[in-house]
Design a protein around this ligand. Structure first.
Ligand code: SAM
Ligand code: SF4
Length: 317
């Protein structure tokens, strides 16, 4: 279905939980979050029903995210059922990778073809700092297990943070030489939970081009990233610049939170609830949400925070 501005909505980002086994400083509070009542969250059947409704409206691509989707006990069944929905051509997962050693093969068997794994640093202490206690070795083992499991494509997501990992741009980029993976540098977005990041933390994607003058431009692949590659690399490097150069005009996505709220725009507080509805009711609400998509969100900067009204873990990044 098209929105009011002629953008065809083909991509649903589906959050299956707002809980997580890490506590990244730019994403969620140290103490975690107040666990919502079970009845407030979408059930597995409701999640699958929402995917059917979305597919009937023309959604073909699904990204399962969170919070950390792999901590959800029924994640394998959710993936299997979502991948089987008529019209859904591609199911991807975004994960911190910690549970991939146990789950990568099972997820691959469900029909999930692509994984995005988040990794902001290659330094053990810095990883523990930014994730508030995570173990880098476990994330790396997750990446290596996923590489053996046969996924079509694996991408590493690195959030660029001035004063934290700007000295590691070359080392992170070198992962595309070591492994057959793509790496995407994502600009830090000023969400609710990150008072500790000052203006200097918000680096433009251009910092990557300055740090890596040898990068060669690559043709676009239809996604929002500007693509490059290092000479001799096995994967591409993408720059995702939601702050310095937003991509609203090309936005083809809609989001569904784990508590059943459709968000027409990541950076708007407008939400449409589908909790408890049948498939027709969900479709109707989705149509309303798609028609409510704004042309563009307000500019983002360290002084001008997102109007999302939720932290990333509660939206589904
Ligand atoms: N737990 C999974 C993970 O970390 O990959 C999935 C959920 S997480 C919210 C999805 C992505 O959002 C991660 O790549 C994370 O780095 C990114 N993210 C979270 N907060 C962000 C922020 N303030 N700015 C930019 N990216 C952010
Ligand atoms: Fe958890 Fe992902 Fe948020 Fe980190 S970015 S706290 S791993 S949901």
């Amino acid at each position: 279905m098209e929105d009011k501005f002629g953008r065809k909505i083909t991509y649903l980002r589906l959050s299956v939980t707002d809980l997580c086994n890490l506590r990244c400083r730019y994403c969620m509070p140290e103490e975690g979050i107040c666990k919502k009542a079970h009845e407030e969250m979408l059930t597995e059947d409701e999640i699958v029903r929402a995917v059917h409704a979305a597919a009937r409206l023309g959604v073909t691509k699904l990204r399962i995210t969170g919070g950390e989707p792999l901590i959800k006990k029924n994640i394998v069944s959710i993936c299997e059922r979502c991948a089987a929905v008529e019209g859904i051509k591609e199911v991807c997962i975004t994960t911190n990778g910690i549970l991939l050693p146990e789950l990568a093969a099972k997820l691959h068997d469900t029909g999930v073809k692509r994984l995005n794994i988040s990794l902001d640093t290659l330094d053990t202490e810095k990883y523990a700092y930014i994730t508030r206690g995570g173990e880098l070795s476990r994330a790396m083992k997750g990446i290596e297990t996923a590489l053996c499991a046969g996924f079509d494509r694996i991408k590493i997501n690195s959030v660029l943070i001035g004063g934290f990992n700007d000295g590691e741009i070359a080392d992170l980029a070198a992962l595309t030489r070591k492994y057959p993976i793509d790496l995407r540098f994502i600009e830090l977005m000023p969400m609710t939970e990150q008072e500790e990041f000052g203006a200097g933390a918000y680096l433009p994607g251009e910092a990557v081009l300055k740090a890596l003058p040898e990068l060669r431009p690559e043709p676009a692949d239809g996604g929002v990233a500007k693509l490059y590659s290092l000479p001799g690399a096995r994967g591409k490097i993408g720059l995702i610049n939601p702050v310095s150069s937003h991509f609203c005009a090309a936005c083809n996505r809609i989001r569904l939170t784990a508590d059943g709220k459709l968000k027409p725009c990541l950076h708007s507080s407008q939400e449409f609830s589908i909790k408890g509805l049948d498939e027709e009711g969900m479709m109707e609400r989705m149509e309303q949400a798609i028609l409510a998509k704004p042309a563009c969100h307000a500019p983002l900067s360290s002084d001008s925070r997102s109007e999302a009204g939720r932290n990333m873990n509660a939206i589904g990044g």
